[in-house]
Design a protein around this ligand. Structure first.
Ligand SMILES: Nc1nc2c(c(=O)[nH]1)N[C@H]1C(S)=C(S)[C@@H](COP(=O)(O)O)O[C@H]1N2
Ligand SMILES: [Mo]
Length: 334
């Protein structure tokens, strides 16, 4: 494993923020062992144990592995998104999850996912590419600078959160794979491990979970592969160790625990579209004007808030992404 200095991997402000946090908390190397015993630490969030040496922790902390893992408080560089809305708390984000491989009960996913083992992990980039890739997590951290991205996540069920992801643009990985000229779409597939994922032993959905994007959507700079959250490696319930994050689309597009990325020339089948084609389209762009057949999409419940707020076109990212859909009928292509 190549040692990477934290400042090379983490944007400097995030790195400084972590340092400042440590200093402000009066945390010294000696006091960290105590922090690790307090109830608010990683043990109840199903983050990997220290001996698993998660690659993100190494990338973020290099030789500081025990220190990074022992932080009782999650770290983000800001407390708000670009619209001024507060970040959801770490505990909220990791205890209210959709991940049907583990449970259909959002509050049970964290505990059901606790036994899942995301290390080691490989992602293959295959299909219509000149340079197929098989990357393990160390390769991913060596090749791609990990950045913080604070994004809103808007579920098709009309709830939302503000989440400080760590990750990198999927465009970087796709460029390395060098898509052939006939590649038009990108297909993503979740790991299939029915032994570790009890939901995969039921037929609630067709397994493995799969998703897709148009190639130009996947190349958009806002589309990332997420590897962490609040400066820590992704918890199992969030899709450890690597998942898609496409902030202008409904949450179900942001497929978790990805093992295969395949470039194709025809539109890939997607799990929710297969399950209910009249309810879940391929595009699934957040759109307050196109209702779900069974409920309105005009407003949403922000987790941690009372009342509702208006849903924003493209989840508030219209300025960045609307041009991808110029001339398209957005209600027909929902
Ligand atoms: N493999 C897989 N990916 C998935 C899901 C799932 O059930 N399985 N649920 C999706 C849905 S509906 C949402 S809203 C988001 C939730 O992500 P979060 O739990 O990190 O908030 O994950 C998406 N990715
Ligand atoms: Mo969702």
């Amino acid at each position: 494993m190549v040692k990477i200095a934290p400042a090379e991997i983490t944007p400097e402000h995030v790195f400084l923020n972590r340092r400042q946090f440590m200093a402000a908390a009066g945390v010294t190397a000696g006091s960290l062992a105590l922090a690790a015993c307090s109830p608010a630490t990683l043990s109840n969030t199903s983050a990997p144990a220290a001996d698993a040496e998660p690659a993100l922790t190494r990338a973020l902390g290099a030789e500081k592995l025990p220190e990074a893992l022992s932080l009782a408080e999650p770290t983000a560089s800001k407390s708000q998104d670009e619209l001024g809305d507060p970040l959801n708390q770490f505990q909220e984000i990791t205890n209210y999850n959709n991940f049907y491989e583990f449970s259909t009960n959002k509050e049970a996913v964290a505990s059901e996912a606790a036994g899942f083992n995301p290390y080691p992990w490989q992602v293959q980039v295959t299909g219509l590419v000149n340079n197929p890739l098989v990357l393990d997590l160390d390769d991913i951290y060596k090749r791609y600078t990990q950045e913080e991205r604070i994004y809103r996540l808007r579920c098709v069920e009309a709830w939302s959160m503000v989440i400080p992801w760590v990750g990198f643009p999927i465009s970087a990985l796709l460029k390395d794979a060098d898509p052939k000229s006939d590649a038009k779409y990108v297909r993503f597939v979740t790991v299939y491990r029915p032994d570790e994922m009890r939901g995969q032993r039921s037929s609630v959905l067709e397994w493995p979970y799969q998703e897709g994007l148009r190639l130009d959507e996947a190349m958009h700079p806002l589309a990332i592969l997420g590897t962490g959250m609040y400066g820590k490696p992704l918890t199992n319930q969030q899709g450890a160790p690597i998942r898609l994050v496409v902030p202008w689309k409904y949450g179900f597009k942001s497929i978790k625990s990805v093992v295969t990325i395949e470039l194709t020339d025809s539109i890939p089948a997607t799990t929710w579209n297969d399950a209910a084609p009249n309810e879940y389209g391929f595009y699934a762009n957040v759109n307050p004007e196109v209702n779900h057949p069974r409920w309105s999409q005009a407003s949403e419940r922000r987790i941690g808030e009372s009342g509702r707020r208006d849903t924003l076109m493209f989840n508030g990212y219209a300025e960045e992404v609307a041009s991808l859909y110029a001339g398209m009928d957005l209600s027909g292509n929902f």
